[in-house]
Design a protein around this ligand. Structure first.
Ligand code: AMP
Length: 131
């Protein structure tokens, strides 16, 4: 059965898309730990990031770097934090999180539910900067 991220990539489930190429898709996390929290996903359905081959893993990270550069421009922050968890959704993905302090990366502090208009505006702002 297709993962929820494959359904998002295929447009069967809505997402706040920020970037896409032929092999990758990036969209806002629906329950962010910080505003602008973005997920970067390979279109190929693989349940665990380290099951990607070297080329696929390199390309995913290079795409994530392009997304992070766009986020730096669109979101005021000191750094884009990077993490991989993958316990909830069995489709490889990288979390990119705008951070000003270490605690902005804490997943156990409770997630945010942001206004849909703010989510759409953030996604559009990042998408505009994506090169
Ligand atoms: P994990 O698999 O543990 O890395 O976590 C999966 C992440 O996907 C969580 O941060 C969720 O908030 C996020 N997520 C789950 N469903 C959706 C969705 N439909 N749209 C955007 N983000 C989602």
């Amino acid at each position: 059965m297709a993962t929820i991220f494959t359904k998002i990539i295929n447009g069967e489930i809505p997402s706040y898309k920020v970037a896409e190429d032929d092999k990758h898709y990036a969209f806002l996390d629906i329950n962010p730990v910080a505003p602008g929290h973005t997920l970067v996903v390979p279109k190929k359905e693989v349940d665990y990031i380290f099951k990607l081959d070297d080329q696929e893993l390199a390309e995913l990270n290079i795409f994530a770097k392009r997304v992070a550069k766009a986020m730096e421009k669109a979101m005021p922050c000191k750094r884009i934090g990077v993490t991989v968890i993958g316990l909830e959704v069995p489709h490889a993905h990288i979390h990119l999180i705008p951070i000003n302090q270490e605690s902005d990366m804490y997943f156990n502090k409770g997630k945010l539910t942001l206004d849909p208009k703010d989510m759409a505006d953030m996604a559009a702002a990042i998408a505009k900067e994506f090169k």
